[in-house]
Design a protein around this ligand. Structure first.
Ligand SMILES: Nc1nc2c(ncn2[C@@H]2O[C@H](COP(=O)(O)OP(=O)(O)OP(=O)(O)O)[C@@H](O)[C@H]2O)c(=O)[nH]1
Ligand SMILES: [Mg+2]
Length: 365
């Protein structure tokens, strides 16, 4: 059964950080519980407790079994809206019987969230290409060229010997950060990695509860403090716990914040400093979660977060809910930071690793 357990901090108390208050003396740890067990409804009357029967120890929770039954989203389905409108229209203008309608191509690219300046450049370059068999192929090649080169075998790896890899998940409100962490936790636990989640969105109690549900589902432990606590202290404790137990990955949730609020952006920089302090050289993966339906405003958000904390990757969520998948090209071209995953639904299997060739292929399929 899931339960909250008060955990006395076992390691010696770390020295207080110069710019940060010392972590609270106690943190809460949430143990993973088997996913099958339902919690009683909050308003149901308490049942009389039967005598404890001697029962065999429950089988250890196996996240791979959980993942095996979870439906997996597909890029084809996730890109349905983008393909049937944006790309369909683009193809119509590119393959027009009277020759490519470049002005319309440009407008379609802008409407598809590629961005005005980039759309103009793209059309110019495609028109000049002499090596493409047709206009569609020229645009396709130019779009693919906007996506940054990446290591196809990328995975969050510990940078410091003996320490865990760290993923810090950031973004504005409601973009899908916590959901993405839940999906990532299930994915990496399914691969046999030993994880700890850090509930560093201490802004709302509900945020901690939401992450706990995902932690339970994935069968991974989570470190949390009380609502309102210093998020840096939560991350510090999660790193401590990971080192003590030999966990190889810590994923930290953070509160959604507007990129224009400088005090909130400073708080993120502070979390980064806490990581550097506890795990010098850790080089955390800082994933910016962008809601694909946000449009070009997403670029302004991404730039501000990049400036504040230095992004290493992007997760583009809700691709299934937009017809404007062009934002993928815009954001990679603007930041030169790779999209690592795309979200194509709300289910645990609806987070797909991003492969540029596969993506362009699926767009024009
Ligand atoms: N359709 C779709 N919905 C998604 C996807 N990812 C997340 N969502 C939904 O987006 C909503 C917000 O998700 P959260 O994970 O709570 O977002 P958050 O960024 O943690 O929100 P805050 O903590 O309030 O800033 C939820 O209803 C999710 O189910 C996705 O890829 N596709
Ligand atoms: Mg959240």
């Amino acid at each position: 059964m899931a339960f909250w357990r008060r955990r006395g901090v076992q390691a010696p108390e770390p020295p207080p950080l110069p710019s940060a208050p010392a972590p609270p003396r106690e943190s809460f740890e949430i143990e993973a519980s088997p996913v099958e067990e339902a919690r009683p409804a909050a308003d149901s009357p308490p049942e009389p407790r039967p005598p404890e029967p001697a029962s065999p120890a429950p089988a250890p929770f196996d996240p791979t079994a959980f993942l095996a039954v979870a439906p997996t989203g597909s890029l084809d389905t996730g890109l349905e809206r983008t393909r049937s409108t944006f790309i369909n229209q683009l193809r119509g203008y590119l393959g027009d019987a009277d020759g490519p309608q470049w002005d319309d191509v440009e407008e379609t690219l802008i409407a598809g969230d590629v961005g005005a300046a980039l759309a103009i450049e793209l059309v110019e370059r495609a028109r000049r290409r002499r090596d493409s068999p047709n206009a569609e192929s020229a645009i396709r090649t130019e779009l693919a060229a906007l996506l940054v080169k990446r290591d196809p075998d990328w995975a969050p790896r510990p940078a410091a010997a003996g320490g865990p890899a760290v993923i810090l998940v950031v973004g504005v409100n409601g973009t899908g950060k916590t959901t993405t962490i839940g999906k990532l936790a299930a994915r990496y636990a399914g691969e046999g990695r030993v994880l700890i989640l850090a509930a560093a969105d201490t802004f709302r109690a509900a945020a901690i509860d939401q992450l706990r549900i995902w932690a339970d589902r994935a069968g991974v432990p989570m470190i949390a403090h009380a609502p309102g606590a210093d998020p840096g202290a939560v991350v510090y404790d999660a790193l401590d716990a990971a080192v003590a137990r030999g966990a190889d990955l810590v994923i930290a949730d953070t509160a959604g914040r507007l990129h224009t609020k400088s005090n909130l952006m400073d708080e993120l920089s502070k979390i980064r400093r806490v990581i550097d302090k506890r795990l010098p050289g850790a080089a955390p993966e800082t994933l910016f979660v962008l809601d694909a339906t946000t449009g070009q405003n997403g670029l302004a958000q991404a730039r501000a977060f990049h400036e504040a904390v230095g992004l290493t990757g992007i997760v583009l969520t809700k691709l299934d809910s937009t017809a404007k998948g062009g934002i993928v090209f815009a954001i990679e071209d603007a930041l030169k930071v790779p999209v690592r995953f795309v979200g194509v639904g709300e289910g645990v299997g609806d987070l797909l690793p991003f492969d540029p060739d596969e993506f362009v292929e699926a767009l024009f399929a």
